[in-house]
Write a protein that binds this ligand. Structure first.
Ligand code: ZN
Length: 278
């Protein structure tokens, strides 16, 4: 301790004499922060990546997201401008700061995901309801390319594990359905971002069951809870449970996201747990 103090004093003295140590101290007006010593025992604020759709066009999205109520770190246009062969995305908030995109949310036991995540809003109008039924606006290939490049950079820099790349609907399934079943989760996985089950493992967990046959509700609830969702494990197929199952299906089996607890959904959940959270 004494030696440490001496080193500090000596350092200060040398600085005073040489007047050449400005890079190790920051004068903030009323005091000086001395930055010569660095602690390596730290971790990042950012532990999750959350995907959204804007449900409106680019101009309207930017107006809302630079207003007083909500914000997000990145906005990916549906037709990104290309400069030097690279897509241009908007950054509205520095990654070190907390943006207001997730609201009341929970994933893998962490609540209020704004504090611990980076948010990406993708320009996409979401559901399109017609008399013939509901369809979903596609994510164009140029936008998917930009999403992949941005997301890959973020998960690499922050070492975000696959199961922590999530949709707004995953972390707030009772309130949200974005980024929707048209979101390119599989393409992201193929490019090293996020989770996806292996077909062989799904078949193994299906174990000869008819994919559409009913699964045990409590067993499926337990699997979804272990994977990260906020869900009861009481075996009751109520509206809340159906919404969580639908959120999981929109992410991992977008062809059918009706919220039915079927055997294929159960097998996909089991395969994901075996692969990522054994
Ligand atoms: Zn959202």
């Amino acid at each position: 301790m004494k030696r440490h103090r001496f080193a500090l004093l000596a350092g200060g003295l040398v600085c005073a004499l040489l007047a050449a140590c400005s890079s190790t101290q920051i004068d903030r007006g009323a005091y000086i922060a001395y930055t010569r010593y660095h602690a390596p025992s730290v971790d990042s604020r950012v532990r999750f990546l959350v995907m959204h759709y804007t449900q409106s066009g680019e101009a309207r999205s930017l107006a809302v997201l630079t207003g007083d109520d909500v914000s997000v770190h990145y906005v990916v246009p549906d037709a990104p401008r290309i400069e030097n062969g690279e897509p241009v995305v908007y950054q509205l908030v520095p990654e070190t700061e907390r943006a207001w995109h997730a609201g009341k949310s929970e994933w893998q036991g962490t609540t209020e995901l704004n504090a611990a995540s980076i948010g990406i809003e993708n320009v996409n109008v979401g559901p399109i309801d017609t008399p013939q039924g509901r369809t979903w606006a596609p994510y164009p290939p140029a936008q998917v390319d930009a999403i992949v490049k941005l997301a890959k950079d973020i998960v690499t820099r922050y070492k975000i594990p696959p199961t922590r790349v999530v949709g707004h609907s995953d972390i707030a399934p009772q309130r949200k359905i974005d980024p929707g079943p048209a979101f390119p989760w599989r393409t992201l996985y193929d490019n090293g971002v996020g989770a996806w089950p292996d077909d062989a493992m799904v078949a193994q967990h299906l174990a000869g069951r008819d994919p559409k046959s009913p699964a045990d509700v409590a067993a499926l609830q337990q699997k979804l809870q272990r994977y990260g969702y906020e869900i009861a494990t009481d075996g009751v197929l109520d509206e809340k449970t159906r919404r969580v199952i639908a959120a999981f299906q929109m992410h991992f089996r977008p062809a059918d996201y009706a919220g039915n607890p079927d055997a294929e959904t159960d097998a996909i959940a089991a395969a994901l747990l075996e692969k990522y959270l054994p």
